[in-house]
Write a protein of this length. Sequence first.
Length: 253
Amino acid sequence: MCAHVVVAEDDPKQADLARLYLEREGHRVVVVHDGRAALEQARRGPADLLVLDVMMPVMDGLDVCRALRAESALPVLMLTARTAEEDLLLGLDLGADDYLTKPYSPRELVARVRALLRRGSRPLTPGAPAPPAAPTLPPTAPPAAAPPAVLTAGALTVDPLRHEVTADGRPVSCTPGEFRLLQVLAAQPGRVFTRAQLLEHLHGIDRYITTRTVDTHVMNLRRKIEPQPRRPTRLLTVYGIGYKLAEGPRGAS
């Protein structure tokens, strides 16, 4: 899959290494070295994915992600030397689709980009022409499938059609990755999913992708849907296997 990838990295050696590996994969790569240039390049388009370093001059990556998410669905892979959990969660809260902590393997970068492109969408650049309308189905075509039903697990609801989540009647804001994970779990409350199964729903199968992304999404979701995130009763860990969503408002971990 050939794609247009923007790499925003202020370290010239890191930027050149990322460009080299991504171009070997067949992608067209544009490199910028500060946050403002990254935002301008993403807005200018057409781009398929943004590889975004957090620590950059002029405008940091978190501010770029915040501004970009107000106007675009462009997939964002964040690069960060920060390993504190709160920093990682903040990036995902702002709408980043995935992250890599430095130092990272260039092969893992390529694999993460490949996985995001498989599930990513085109940027919604303001003023961009609308995509062509789908062709009209012939009269003999089968009827369209019914919209997905609202999923319920105790006091938690997931509405796939409206892309909405509520917990105890209050709205919950989720990133795309968090929503996909919660939708999979809510479709079968009580079923235990391994990390590998959840990762497949998030990114597709790729031997270089780790399960760390799943664990991070789970931590972030617990902060949003649990009355006491450190003592979860909804999104439960099944030790040695994976995760499940409790069938009722409370459950035992």
